[in-house]
Design a protein around this ligand. Structure first.
Ligand code: CIR
Length: 266
């Protein structure tokens, strides 16, 4: 059956206990529990209209499950990133091979670095975090790749968190959920912004699939604020992956299938 979305994911590897960490201290990760949580996440994506497909991780890459960082999928094309962490660059090629069947690909060349988790898109406006993972050359390269398709690209300073999407995501068309302590909401001037509950700094990371939102179950107050705004929120517990600085958006790459999409089996 053809679903409206393809969700590319990767399994949790045993090596996740050796993941990259930037803002968190290392804590023991229960890998079996992380796998159960990831399975529940996959099942939720399935109920929201996604066909979930697992991309193999060659070797035992600690952070491979955070597949969002390897690519950016637009309607017109996909950008294969050059992740800022050296340990993560090896994750990219199998994703490129799969995405190449869905979209024309553009690649980022050195010295550009860019993590998918730094890129927030709202219509034709693209916001890119200026972080330890994404450099000025990465932002410029993305600008060049997207300009022919009519997108504007704006660099956004981010503090105290790994990626721009830790601090802000689009919760509905033109509506940005934001943690004002980590990114200045003025970056999204002219758009509606909703602030996370101050007791839930990590709550700005929500995954939009059509009109549905997926959010970590750790953020009930912010969920209530989104629901008061009329948005449908589905909670999933990713607490073990959060210890690896992961969150809901980073565990999938969502590929919208346009009206012209034909399954390969036809
Ligand atoms: C890393 O530091 O790269 C991983 N431990 C976490 C990546 C999370 N990615 C994301 O939020 N897009």
């Amino acid at each position: 059956m053809t679903t409206p979305y393809l969700a590319l994911v990767r399994n949790v590897t045993d090596a996740i206990t050796q993941c990259e960490l930037t803002h968190l201290a290392r804590e023991p990760i229960d890998v079996a529990r992380a796998r159960r949580q990831h399975a529940a996440y996959e099942a939720l994506l399935g109920t929201l209209g996604c066909t979930v497909e697992v991309i193999p991780a060659p070797g035992h890459q600690p952070d491979a499950v955070f597949i969002e960082d390897t690519a950016l999928v637009f309607d017109e094309m996909a950008v294969i990133t050059r992740p800022g962490a050296l340990s993560r660059r090896v994750e990219v090629e199998p994703v490129a091979a799969r995405l190449g069947r869905e979209r024309a690909l553009v690649r980022l060349d050195p010295p550009a670095t860019l993590d998918g988790g730094d890129v927030v898109r709202s219509g034709k406006s693209v916001f890119v975090g200026e972080t330890s993972r994404t450099n000025a050359a990465g932002i410029e390269a993305l600008r060049s790749a997207l300009a022919p398709h009519g997108y504007s690209v704006t660099g956004v300073p981010v503090t105290s968190c790994l990626h721009l999407k830790s601090a802000a995501t689009e919760a509905a068309p033109g509506v940005i959920l934001v943690n004002p302590a980590w990114v200045d909401p003025a970056a999204f001037a002219g758009m509606e912004t909703i602030a996370v509950d101050p007791a839930e700094p990590g709550a700005a990371n929500v995954l939009r699939i059509g009109s549905a939102l997926v959010q970590d179950a750790a953020y009930p107050r912010t969920r209530a604020a989104l629901e008061r705004r009329g948005l449908a929120v589905h909670s999933v517990d990713l607490s073990e992956l959060a210890k690896a600085e992961g969150a809901v958006t980073c565990c999938s790459l969502i590929v919208a299938r346009g009206p012209g999409y034909l399954p390969e089996t036809l």
